[in-house]
Write a protein that binds this ligand. Sequence first.
Ligand code: BGC
Length: 270
Amino acid sequence: MTDNPQRLKNQVALVTGASSGIGAAVALALAAAGAAVAVNYIGHPEGADAIVRAIELAGGRAFAVRADVSSEDAVHAMFAEVIERYGTVHILVANSGIQQDARFLDMTLAQWQRVLDVNLTGQFLCAQAAAREFVRRGMQPEVSRAAGKIICMSSVHEVIPWAGHVNYAASKGGVMLLMKSLAQELAPHKIRVNSIGPGAIATPINLTARDTPEEVADLLRLIPYGRVGEPEDIGKVAAWLASDEADYITGTTIFADGGMLLYPGFESGG
Ligand code: BGC
């Protein structure tokens, strides 16, 4: 995977939800592979600025761009800004995601709706804006064998049901068929569309819920490989999946979960 450290040279990437956690690690990994990176955030400008500084210190190019991915106007404005700054975009990592956990009997419509808006509609809006730019620009064979690459951040919960989190599981199940249908529809344009399906990764979305030794032990029982994932585990997969090394891969979810999916009996109110 590290044969060509600059395998994203001359490419522009937009990573949504990149001010912390998996998105931040993805932004750093794409920049390390040579891409100029637009670091999207919504609530944590200081996190996004820190990622931009880290990329610049390492000799890369990045800037921070605020947008709520569930708003069509905001997504369009974000893409316009990226294109104005860097000329075009070659890689979208639609990473923004939230959890609003509640037992089904108590879940409010607002909790259901917000998670669907960010996790599913947000991916639809960003993928559509990216694909329109890829099609408008067309191929740049000197830059990449594909006209563009879309990577959706999914989850093991695109296939594993998750009691206590039906809004989240439904959103990720939706992301799976959004991704696969887009891969089919966009293949004639030479656009690759894939997902990454992380398992349990040590990120802000997780840590507060997993801060007692008992909870960590419960979690580890579900992970055959015996460790919680690090955001960098996902960053590396994204950099590879976005590169020409993965040029024949489209319509697939790459699970990076330490083997979590191997357990048919996953159950957690978590
Ligand atoms: C969720 C985490 C959870 C993991 C495995 C992820 O998609 O965001 O909170 O630990 O799936 O259940």
